[in-house]
Design a protein around this ligand. Structure first.
Ligand SMILES: [Mg+2]
Length: 267
C-alpha cells in the first residue's frame, strides 16, 4: 500500500504515470476457458475512474485477442493492446497492427487442421485460435497423453512454421505458436517510444511468464514492476501483490491518494 500511496503523491505533484495492466489473473480471476468473455463491472468501474485522472495514462496489454479485450474493457480513453501487443487500439480509438495479418495467417492455417486432427476424439484438450496465434491447452488431459500430444504438436510446428517469424511458447501443459513480435517486452518498448510521454513513470502489473519480458523492459525504463502471485517466486518484478482483489485495492488506493492530494492542492 505504501507504494500506491507514494505513486498517488507523485501523481499529485504532477508526476505522470503510465500504467500498463495485464488482464487475466491480474485485473480479473481466470475464466473457466480462455475463450470465455465475461466483462467484470467492478474492473470497468475502477478503470473508468482511473481513466479520468489527467496525470495517468492506461494501457491494457493482454495475450487475448483485441476483440475480446474490447468487450472486457469498454472504457473510453484507455489504450487496448491484444495478442501480446501486435494488435492495438489507441486511446483515440485508432486501430494499429504491428504486423500484416494476411502475411502471418497462412502459416497458422497450415498448422490448425493438423493440430485439430491430433486432439480429435481425445478428452481434456482445447484448441484455441486467437487469429494471430494458435494454442493447445492440455491441463485437463490425462498427463501421459497430454505430453504425447504436445510433443506431436511441436513436430507439426517444426515442419510448418518458419523459425525466424514464429516462436513456440510452452507452459504447463500448454503450447502456443505466435509471431516472434508478439512479446509484451517488445510491445512496451515500442509503445514507450512511439507514444512517448515525457516525464512519465511506467508501471506494469502482470501475473505470468509472458509478463516477465514486460517487467524487465519497465525496469530498464526506470519504472515500477509488480507481479501478481500469491507466493514468492523468481521474477524480474520489483513488487508483488497476491491476487486480483489486492490489485483492485491497490488501484483504489492510488486513485484515493491522487484525489486527496488533488483536493488538498485545490484547497
Ligand atoms: Mg495474465
Amino acid at each position: 500500500m505504501q507504494l500506491a500511496h507514494r505513486l498517488g503523491q507523485a501523481m499529485a505533484r504532477g508526476q505522470r504515470v503510465w500504467l500498463f495492466l495485464d488482464y487475466d489473473g491480474t485485473l480479473a480471476e481466470f475464466a473457466p476457458t480462455p475463450d470465455v468473455v465475461l466483462p467484470n463491472p467492478q474492473v470497468i468501474d475502477l478503470l473508468r475512474s482511473l481513466a479520468r485522472l489527467a496525470e495517468l495514462r492506461i494501457t491494457i496489454l493482454s495475450g487475448r485477442r483485441l476483440a475480446h479485450i474490447r468487450q472486457l474493457v469498454p472504457v473510453a480513453g484507455i489504450a487496448l493492446s491484444g495478442t501480446y501487443g501486435i494488435e492495438m487500439i489507441t486511446r483515440e480509438g485508432q486501430a494499429v497492427d504491428l504486423l500484416d495479418y494476411d502475411s502471418q495467417r497462412p502459416v497458422l492455417d497450415r498448422i490448425r487442421p493438423q493440430w485439430a486432427a491430433l486432439i480429435e476424439g481425445r478428452q481434456g484438450f482445447y484448441l484455441e485460435d486467437k487469429g494471430w496465434t494458435l494454442a493447445i491447452h492440455a491441463r485437463r488431459a490425462e498427463p501421459h497423453e497430454g505430453e504425447h500430444v504436445l510433443a506431436e504438436a511441436r513436430k507439426v510446428i517444426q515442419r510448418a512454421a518458419p523459425p525466424d517469424t514464429f516462436r513456440l511458447e510452452e507452459g504447463y501443459r500448454f503450447i502456443e505458436i505466435a509471431p516472434t513480435l508478439a512479446d509484451k517486452g517488445q510491445a512496451i518498448a515500442m509503445l514507450l517510444e512511439r507514444y512517448a510521454w515525457p516525464g512519465a513513470k511506467p508501471v506494469y502489473i502482470g501475473d505470468d511468464d509472458k509478463d516477465e519480458p514486460a517487467f524487465a523492459m519497465i525496469n530498464r525504463h526506470g519504472g515500477v514492476s509488480i507481479l501478481v502471485s500469491n507466493e514468492e517466486r523468481p521474477t524480474q518484478a520489483g513488487y508483488r501483490l497476491p491476487d486480483p482483489a489486492q490489485v483492485h485495492r491497490w488501484l483504489r488506493t492510488v486513485l484515493e491518494s491522487y484525489r486527496q492530494a488533488g483536493s488538498a492542492a485545490a484547497g
